[in-house]
Design a protein around this ligand. Structure first.
Ligand SMILES: C[S@@+](CC[C@H](N)C(=O)[O-])C[C@H]1O[C@@H](n2cnc3c(N)ncnc32)[C@H](O)[C@@H]1O
Length: 210
């Protein structure tokens, strides 16, 4: 079995820039886990890095900041090509912790908002994203997904975390994808879960990510 630290060594160059970010980021992640906050797995973080590096989104949205673990990671990745992330969380304490943690990690390209994603997406009429990462209430997955569609650019992609372990809570979304003939791919990034990747408006891209 490959240990997580080994995975990091394999995927990330050991430059001082990465070390400056990685150490504090892993400490933040561990702190969140110790507080029983569900945060992105290391394997999924690495999968995201790979996927985002291929797609290079300039303007990205995250639904579900929690305390900023995935947001900081995504911000760090996007920074390589001057990308920007908006991250939303419905919880006031989570939003506060996200802002504090992003500042402590020196992440300057992520804007954290405290909002219900469905209300926020309904109200912000003109915002268009290249990519949306959904990692919030699984029972609402279909509502998040459809609310994102009108904010997604033509070749944009939607990524949904923990889409296998919680598939029983996401039946509405899977049914919606089937009835709208929307192709998707499930990437089994770790031993127990998979990440769902969808190019809702560009079917030709879907095959290239499978
Ligand atoms: C699994 S955690 C997110 C983990 C985070 N993405 C990470 O990996 O570090 C889910 C978060 O979604 C937030 N959430 C749930 N429903 C939401 C909604 N309607 N709008 C915005 N955030 C929501 C919760 O408050 C919680 O912090």
């Amino acid at each position: 079995m490959v240990k997580n630290t080994t995975l990091f060594t394999l995927f990330l160059p050991s430059s001082s820039e990465h070390n400056l970010f990685l150490g504090p980021w892993q400490a933040l992640r561990q702190h969140a886990i110790d507080d029983s906050i569900p945060v992105i797995s290391l394997e999924n973080a690495l999968f995201l890095k790979q996927l985002l590096s291929q797609h290079r989104p300039k303007h990205m949205l995250e639904i579900g900041s929690a305390v900023g673990v995935s947001g900081a990671w995504i911000g760090h990745v996007l920074n390589s090509w001057d990308g920007h992330l908006d991250t939303l969380d419905i919880s006031v304490p989570n939003h506060r912790d996200t802002q504090k943690n992003l500042t402590q990690l020196g992440i300057g390209n992520v804007c954290a908002y405290c909002a219900d994603a469905l209300e926020w997406l309904g109200a912000s009429i003109n915002t268009l994203y290249d990519c949306v990462f959904i990692d919030a209430h699984k029972l609402q997955s279909q509502r998040f997904y459809t609310a994102c569609l009108r904010h997604l650019k033509q070749d944009g992609l939607i990524i949904i975390d923990d889409a296998w372990k919680f598939r029983h809570k996401m039946q509405g979304l899977y049914h919606y994808l089937a009835t709208t003939n929307t192709p998707y791919s499930l990437h089994f990034v770790d031993t127990e879960d998979a990440t769902l990747v969808i190019y809702p408006k560009n079917v030709s891209k879907q095959s290239s990510c499978e």
